[in-house]
Structures are given as C-alpha cells and as structure tokens.
Design a binder for this molecule. Structure first.
Ligand code: ADP
Length: 438
C-alpha cells in the first residue's frame, strides 16, 4: 500500500486561528514520490497530516487501519484520539509515542512554519518486537466492533514488528526530515511574502504615478483654460485703466493717481503670470518636434532676447563651443532662457557672471549653468522645481515660481533630468541632461 491513500482522518480541532495551511505550501507530489522509494527500500511507512487530520502524504498503510480501525466510527475515534493527543503534546524538534486504544503504536514529530505548528509526520500502527500481541484482546476488539474475525486477525499478523532501536533510528531520521521540511517551508513562505510585498508596493507605485499623471493633466487643463479665459478681462482692465489715466488725469487727485498705478502694476504682474501659466500648460500638449540644433546659435539667440536684463545688470555670460543636439528648438530656447535669466536675476549684490558648459556623456549631453549669485539651501533643491514655489517675496525678486517647473517639463520631454547643486552665498549650478536618442 505505497499509493497515496485518500482516507479521511476526520477533524481534530487543532486549527483555531491557523492561517497557514500545510497543503497549500507542501510539495506533496515530490515528497510522496520520495517517501514511496523510502518505503520500498526500508518498509517503514510515513504519514504527513495537517492539523485538520487530512492525509497529505502516506505510504505503508496497514490493512488493519484501512479496512478496520479507520472504517468503524468507534475505532476511528480511537485513532483520532491518538492523533490529537500526539499532535497536542509533541514538542518542536522532538518525537512522541502513544499506544492507541486500538492497541497499536503511533509516533509523531511535528512540522512548523515559523512559529506555527502546521502538521505532523507519523510513523503509525506498529508493534515492538518484544511485545507479544495479546490475540485475545484483538479477538474481543473484533467481536465488539463486528469485524470479520479471520480477516481482522490476518490483518493483525501483517502489522510490522520492529525493534525499539530501529524505531528510534527511524524516528530520529523522520524528526530531522520534519525539521528540514519546516525550514524549507519557512524560507519559501518568507520569500513568497517578500515577493508579494514587492508586487504590492510596485502596483501601488504604478497607481500613484497614474494618479499623479492624471492630476497633472487636470492641472494643465485647468491652467490652460483659466489663463486663456483670464487674458481677455485682464486686457480690459489694463486698457480701461490706461484710458482713465489718459483722459481723466486732470480730474484725479494724487492719491487716486497712486491707486491707479497700483492697478496698472497689478495688471502687469498678472499678465506675466498668465503668460507663464499658458507656457507651462502648452508644453505637454504641444507636438513633439525634433531637430538638430546648434546650441551655440540657440544660446546666442537667447542672450539676444535677454539683452535688456543683461545690459541693466551688467551681467557677463561665457560659453565655450557647445554641441549640436537633438530636440525642440522652441522648448530648448525657453529652457536656456529661464535658467540664464534666473542666474542673472538671483545675483544678490554681485555683478552676475554666468558660465555655460556641456559635457559629452555618451548617451546624453550634460549641460551646466553656473552663477555667482545668492545660492540655494539644500533643503530647497527639490522644492524649487515645483509649481509656484519661490524662496523670496516679490519685493526682492520678481517672478511667478513657474520657470523651473517649465524647465523640468522641457528636460523630461527630452529624455533627461534637471537638478541643482548650490550653497547659500556661493552661487548655484543648474545641471540638465538631454538625451542623444530622439
Ligand atoms: P521665479 O524665477 O519666477 O521665481 P522659478 O521657478 O524660475 O521661479 O524659480 C523658483 C525659485 O528658485 C526662485 O524663486 C528662487 O528662489 C530659486 N532660484 C531659481 N534659480 C535660482 C538661482 N540661479 N539662484 C538662486 N535661486 C534660484
């Protein structure tokens, strides 16, 4: 009877609060086949049962069990009592023996996963060599449960009789085997759980990125619609305040004139803000244009655009030969313009000095824009790339806090990244990379 046997062993109520099920994690097929070979070699059977009493692996089933003891409800109950007693009392790494009420012996050693007792390994239904079977006891047993006497005694005669020494050796081996299974199951489960955790956190990350993308899209949409729609009423405010100033100048006193210039000033600031917002919202929506761009010409055009700012500040901008790069000429001009303009703007008391460099990094170009300005404290290195984040009030430095967000977007669209290195009072270096692969 070396085939895996599907005999129900009944429930033994040992599973309160258990979460890990032995049958879910045990490679029953492999162990069954291994134990079949072991049985063929040694004639020692094995049973691996979970705590519900379900037989997961079984070899060497005795006829006395299969045809008699586990068939009659009362003798089955004796078997279950034995299973329950052994399962409850056996200690980790040890084995325990019990003479069941059907007058046969069972020995058990436990299987653990981490600290959880999940099943047992049984060597069951045998007698010791030195025990003389009390035939009379079995005859009475047979009569009591209505077993066919001859068949029952014949089954009894087939019950293996082993020396105590041999049983001890086998149980030592089984107990080691149970510990190996326990260790393997524990590490398998830990690996499985770590993998699940990883999967779960990756799925959460993907979801977060999706949500971030969606909310960015919504923000861009919102920025586009509001800034676009705000342009018209703002133009009206500017136009009519100019008219008021022009046509009613004489009727207004000094205070009213002051208020009027506040309105004009406010309207101008708002126009800049709206222009920046529109620029920002257009970047992602715009079609991807990829051209070969001579960045020397690009930077020189940008410096022309910034002519007034350079003149007023006395800034000096230096750059050596810059490469031909692949990208969108309008967006890249905007990127250089924002960074050079900031490098000049945040100069503090120094006369601005700006250095533009580029390094060939095989797969990408690494540009850097160095200035000798006020610098930035490390805790703001990431924050400044977020929309509307400014480190100074407008009274000190003009701006909307959108410029670097635009730069970030443009660099992302060119397969690169942007970051800053700086120390307060010691100038800043803004780095950005542009992928060579379009
Ligand atoms: P804005 O220039 O309109 O304020 P930006 O998004 O371009 O907005 O920059 C965000 C903030 O980062 C600025 O308000 C400033 O505090 C800081 N910053 C940017 N560039 C520099 C720089 N070159 N040196 C020092 N601080 C800078």
């Amino acid at each position: 009877m070396s085939e895996k046997t599907n005999i129900s062993m009944g429930k033994n109520e040992l599973t309160d609060g258990d979460k890990i099920e032995l049958k879910d994690i045990l490679d029953t097929e492999a162990i069954q086949s291994f134990m079949d070979d072991f049985y063929a070699l040694t004639n020692f059977g094995i049973g691996i049962l979970d705590l519900h009493g379900e037989v997961l692996i079984g070899t060497g089933w005795q006829e006395i069990c299969v045809k008699f003891h586990r068939v009659h409800p009362l003798t089955l109950n004796n078997c279950l009592q034995s299973d329950t007693y052994l399962s409850r009392n056996v200690k980790r790494g040890e084995f325990l023996e019990y003479k069941c009420k059907n007058n046969l012996r069972d020995i058990v050693t436990p299987i653990f996963v981490s600290d959880q007792h999940v099943g047992n390994l049984f060597l069951g239904q045998f007698m010791y060599e030195d025990e003389v079977p009390e035939i009379e006891v079995f005859e009475n047993q047979g009569d009591m449960y209505g077993f066919d006497k001859e068949a029952y005694l014949n089954a009894l005669s087939q019950v293996p009789k082993w020396s105590r020494e041999k049983v001890n050796i086998v149980m030592n081996l089984y107990s080691k085997f149970a510990q190996i299974i326990s260790n393997l199951l524990t590490s398998n489960l830990a690996m499985e759980r770590a993998l699940e955790d990883k999967k779960r956190s990756e799925a959460a990350k993907v979801k977060l990125i999706e949500e971030l993308n969606r909310s960015n899209k919504e923000l861009e949409q919102f920025a586009y619609v509001t800034s676009h729609d705000l342009q018209e009423p703002l133009r009206m405010i500017s136009a009519f305040t100019s008219r008021l100033e022009r046509e009613y100048n004489k009727l207004l006193d000094k205070k009213a004139g002051e208020y009027m210039s506040f309105i004009t000033e406010g309207a101008k600031k708002m126009q800049v803000l709206i222009k920046d917002l529109l620029e920002y919202s257009r970047i992602s929506g715009s079609k991807r244009v990829i051209e070969d761009i001579n960045s020397n010409i690009l930077v020189s055009n940008v410096l022309n655009n910034l002519g007034l700012q350079i003149q007023e500040s006395g800034a000096q901008v230096f750059y050596n030969t810059l490469p031909v790069i692949k990208g969108d000429p309008v967006l890249l001009a905007l990127l250089f313009q924002n960074l050079i303009s900031n490098a000049i703007k945040f100069c503090g008391k120094n006369i601005p000095e700006v250095n533009i460099k580029c390094e060939d990094k095989k797969l990408e170009w690494l540009f850097s824009i160095h200035d000798n300005g006020i610098g930035i404290s490390p805790e703001y290195f990431e924050k400044i790339f977020m929309i509307f984040q400014r480190l100074h009030d407008r009274g000190k430095y003009e701006g909307t806090g959108i410029g670097l967000t635009i730069c970030n977007r443009i660099v992302e669209r060119h397969g690169g990244r942007i970051w800053v290195e700086s120390e307060p009072g010691k100038g800043s270096v803004f780095y950005f990379s542009i992928s060579k692969i379009s």
